[in-house]
Design a protein around this ligand. Structure first.
Ligand code: 2AM
Ligand code: CA
Length: 281
């Protein structure tokens, strides 16, 4: 099987860290400097998204010329899933970037032809790096840029919180899904049920970081009605390696090459929370 070596993983993480420089060379919050394009309602792409994707794609294909590459901002969105593939969201949380809310991430996952095998999510603003390899656990590396890889890594292991009433829940509102088959009236009625069943709710705007924060136990449940492969591929592996569960709203495993609803938590909370989402299935 197409496993990555430790050296290859280190090299890939360095490419991701280096690519983030593009963000700091841009005046985030300056609409002109970001050169914003509107893809759809509430759905943006900026010069930064494009440049980070170009950089990472070019560097990755230098190392693995025979691998496939799936990037959010690319043209090609169909793949031979039996072969290795990289899945990239150059900026997850583009709306936050556009308005200078400093909460976005670069999300990169490696599919080895059979399974998700390696995932990296990097928040350049907090300089936090979340990394997971299948079967080897998930880690958080803080102050990553300064001196990765010589750094203390925190092993991520989710707590066994059992009570919904003690859980903080992050959700996504799928604003770009307006006018599609998502019924936002029901989405917000469900949110009201969620609020009353739990401790509180949050909405941050980067699904990749939402999943990383689940793994780091910064909040306990995350759900969003519709996301794309690049939004969740790396995050799914990071959560699973931290001991959490990720499924769609029906409780089924997510096909990482298809858009999907998503809900994530520790196994006990996941089971207790799923019925609250029934009206959205
Ligand atoms: P993005 O910032 O990379 O576009 C916020 O609710 C989450 O939804 C973010 O992870 C965001 O990723 C993602 N998102 C934005 N537009 C989307 C779309 N059209 N389809 C699916 N997910 C989307
Ligand atoms: Ca994106």
């Amino acid at each position: 099987m197409n496993k990555l070596t430790k050296e290859e993983k280190t090299e890939i993480i360095k490419i991701v860290l280096d690519s983030a420089q593009i963000i700091f060379e841009t005046e985030t919050g300056s609409q002109a400097d970001l050169d914003i394009e509107v893809k759809g309602f509430g759905d943006y792409v900026t010069r930064v998204d494009q440049e980070i994707q170009n950089y990472i794609e070019k560097e990755l294909l230098k190392i693995f010329p025979e691998h496939q590459f799936l990037g959010e901002e690319g043209e090609r969105h169909s793949f031979d899933q039996t072969k290795p593939c990289w899945i990239l969201d150059p900026i997850d949380g583009t709306t936050n970037l556009v308005w200078d809310i400093q909460h976005s991430a670069i999300s990169l996952a490696y599919w080895n032809g059979l399974d998700l095998d390696f995932g990296v999510i990097y928040d350049p603003f907090l300089d936090e790096l979340f990394v997971a390899s299948r079967g080897e656990g998930a880690k958080l590396i803080q102050a990553a840029k300064r001196n990765y890889p010589k750094q203390t890594k925190l092993d991520l292991k989710m707590r066994e919180l059992q009570e919904l009433s003690q859980a903080i829940v992050a959700f996504g509102s799928a604003p770009y899904g307006r006018g599609t088959d998502i019924d936002h009236k029901v989405v917000f009625e469900v949110l009201s049920d969620v609020f009353f069943a739990t401790e509180d709710v949050r909405r941050f705007g980067s699904a990749a970081l939402d999943l990383s924060y689940i793994a780091a136990d910064r909040f306990q449940i995350f759900y969003e009605p519709t996301l794309s492969p690049w939004d969740f591929a790396a995050g799914i592996l990071i959560v699973e390696e931290a001991g959490g569960v990720v499924t769609d709203f029906k409780g089924q495993a997510i096909d990482i090459f298809q858009p999907s609803s998503i809900v994530s938590a520790n196994p006990v909370l996941h089971k207790k929370f799923l019925p609250l989402l029934e009206r959205l299935t």
